[in-house]
Write a protein that binds this ligand. Structure first.
Ligand code: ACO
Length: 331
């Protein structure tokens, strides 16, 4: 290790997606849209939808168990569970506590974070600090969403974009020269109103009126979000590359938040990363918010798109607004 710093590495990754598939043609029957419009403007072809009985923890648990199995780490060994979601089972207790109980992580602390689509990277970056300073050996990070529960299936501007799913990773100390080399996290709360669920919290508790005004659904100013997403993801990507002393062309795989192919390709172009080095599974899952990066990471590993020694750049943008990146030398 060049600077002798203890680093955090990904020891195992897992994912889970619900069985039910909603295709673009299914949406043609629900709202005024077409398969062509959705593919051309977003890149999404289909997405997974949780059943009526499935809450966030039901998706998070199989993803977490898979990550633990791949890492060969038992639940009892976990020191901490950080779970990112904007669609928790309940306001409280946290979904992380539900997962902690159900997987038997008897020795772990547990907390949820609400960072929108940037959650998984934020949470890995937080976890990495506990590992780098020697406080913890094993941290489970989960990104999970059941966005279908807060999607307005009468609003074509938003409902075609999102999907449900979960991804998880176990982080621990790097054994060799690899691990998380650089991290970045930023926020701009002044723009939060551009992507929000206005009802249900203490600002607007649930009421007949809030239901009638459809305030318990995702509201988004798509064009504005698009603009900020590109700018911020590029800024975050550049920051971690510079911090670690690399250029875009050194990156072996870019894993951008899977929101829209036009956003992803524009970010790659600005970072000078060829499209062949961009991981894309948006067509199958839509935008799964906090779950998007870990699902992508898990599929990229399974497909052999990441091998030991590769430089992987994860970058995301989400509600808040928040944005984040980390640069990983894969072990
Ligand atoms: N089918 C057909 N037409 C549609 C649809 C649809 N599903 N949705 C919108 N349109 C129409 C609009 O009404 C508009 O019509 P008008 O010109 O008559 O008003 C037209 O298409 C163009 O609308 P735009 O909003 O300009 O379309 P744009 O090309 O910007 O694409 C989109 C919209 C896909 C939402 C894009 O802006 C986007 O991807 N934004 C970012 C979204 C995002 O990443 N969100 C998640 C961030 S993170 C998180 O935390 C969840």
């Amino acid at each position: 290790m060049a600077d002798n710093r203890r680093r955090a590495a990904f020891l195992g990754v897992g994912r889970y997606a619900p069985e039910k598939v909603l295709t673009n043609s299914d949406f043609e029957k629900m709202v005024d849209t077409t398969d062509e419009w959705i593919i051309e403007r977003t890149g999404v072809r289909e997405r997974r939808i949780a059943s009526d009985k499935q809450a966030a923890s039901d998706l998070a648990i199989p993803a977490a168990l898979k990550a633990l199995e791949t890492a060969a780490v038992s639940p009892e060994e976990l020191d901490l569970i950080i779970l990112g979601t904007v669609t928790p089972d309940f306001f409280f207790p946290s979904t992380a506590c539900i997962v902690q109980d159900k997987i038997g992580a008897k020795n772990a602390g547990a907390l949820d974070t609400s960072v929108g689509c940037s959650a998984f990277i934020y949470d890995c970056n937080i976890a990495s600090q506990f590992i780098e300073n020697g406080r913890y050996e094993r941290v489970l990070v989960i990104g999970v969403e059941t966005l279908s529960k807060i999607m307005d299936f009468t609003d074509r501007n938003t409902c075609v974009l999102f999907g449900d799913g979960a991804g998880a990773a176990v982080l621990g100390p790097a054994k060799r020269d690899g691990g998380i080399l650089a991290t970045h996290m930023k926020a701009d709360g002044s723009l939060g109103y551009l992507l929000e669920m206005p009802g249900g919290g203490s600002r607007q508790p649930p009421s007949h009126e809030s239901l009638e005004r459809r305030m318990h659904y995702i509201k988004m100013a798509g064009r504005e979000v698009f603009k900020h997403a590109v700018r911020s993801m590029v800024e975050a990507g550049r920051y971690v590359l510079e911090e670690a002393g690399y250029e875009g062309e050194d990156v072996d795989l870019l894993i951008p938040h899977q929101a829209n192919w036009r956003i992803m390709s524009s970010v790659a172009d600005k970072l000078k990363i060829p499209h062949g080095k961009v991981f894309v599974n948006l067509d199958k899952y839509g935008n799964t918010s906090a779950a998007s990066i870990p699902i992508a990471l898990s599929e990229a590993l399974e497909q052999g798109r990441i091998k030991a020694g590769d430089l992987v750049l994860n970058v995301a943008f989400g509600a808040g607004f928040t944005w984040a990146a980390n640069l990983v030398r894969w072990e």
